[in-house]
Structures are given as structure tokens and as C-alpha cells.
Design a protein around this ligand. Structure first.
Ligand SMILES: [Zn+2]
Length: 144
């Protein structure tokens, strides 16, 4: 870094130029964004959901609900893939995360229409929106 006024070399984090007394413009303070939700997903949630939905899929096979069984098995595998894309800070990871939530909503909605019961369809949609906002703010982190 060099002084804007006299061109003297400045040490890193030096706030006043020793040569001319100029105060260099402060580097824009980068907003430090929390990563708790990211860590929760990478370290726990996506693994948990992946395993849980694979178990759901297997249980559905025993009840001859082959359609939802296949959907849950695919979702479970997809969740694990997204987990590793996120942990590797891959460029497509945020979009995959939102897609995963949409897939979840679709499977839950389908399950409710075909077999009744409570649907977590809305949860999937809410998560998709929240993750879209969350990861959009942090998109510079996902560059690999
Ligand atoms: Zn200077």
C-alpha cells in the first residue's frame, strides 16, 4: 500500500503516513457475516436430513409406497451431495441448497396429496426463501 498523497510506502494497517502525515482512506470494512446457519447445515442438518429421508424411503418401500420411497431416497442422496458442495464452498452450492428445499417441498406436497396427513410443504418453501436470502448475501464465499 502506498500513500495517496506523497507515494511513500505504507506498512499494512498504518493509519498515518510517516512522510507527509496524510491519513489514507480506510479500507472498506468488510461486513463480517455470521456462518452459524451454514455450519449447522454442513455439520448436522444436511447429514441428519439425508439419513432420515433415506430411512423414510426404506420404510415407504415396506409399505409399498414405491413412488415416495424413490423420491425420499433421491432427496436423501441429494442432501448429502449438497452438504459436500457447501463444505467445499463450490460455486453452485447455494443454488443446490435452494433446489434441495424446493425438492423437499414438492415431495412433501406430493405425499400429502397422495397419502394425506400433515404436509411440511410450507416448511420447504420457507426454507428455500430463507436459504436464497442467506446464501445470496454470502455468495462471494462460494467461488470454487
Ligand atoms: Zn504520504
Amino acid at each position: 500500500m502506498y500513500c495517496e498523497k506523497c507515494g511513500a510506502e505504507l506498512k499494512e494497517n498504518q493509519t498515518v503516513c510517516e512522510n507527509c502525515g496524510n491519513t489514507p482512506a480506510k479500507k472498506e470494512d468488510k461486513q463480517v457475516l455470521g456462518m452459524k446457519w451454514y455450519k449447522f447445515n454442513v455439520n448436522f442438518s444436511l447429514f441428519f436430513m439425508g439419513v432420515l429421508t433415506v430411512i423414510s424411503g426404506i420404510l415407504d418401500i415396506t409399505q409399498f409406497k414405491i413412488d415416495t420411497a424413490i423420491m425420499w431416497l433421491i432427496y436423501g442422496a441429494f442432501a448429502i451431495v449438497v452438504r459436500f458442495r457447501l463444505s467445499g464452498f463450490k460455486k453452485d452450492a447455494p443454488l443446490m441448497m435452494v433446489c434441495l428445499n424446493v425438492v423437499y417441498a414438492v415431495v412433501q406436497g406430493y405425499n400429502a396429496i397422495m397419502y394425506g396427513g400433515n404436509s411440511a410443504f410450507v416448511l420447504g418453501i420457507i426454507l428455500a426463501i430463507l436459504n436464497y436470502i442467506y446464501f445470496k448475501k454470502r455468495k462471494e464465499l462460494f467461488v470454487k
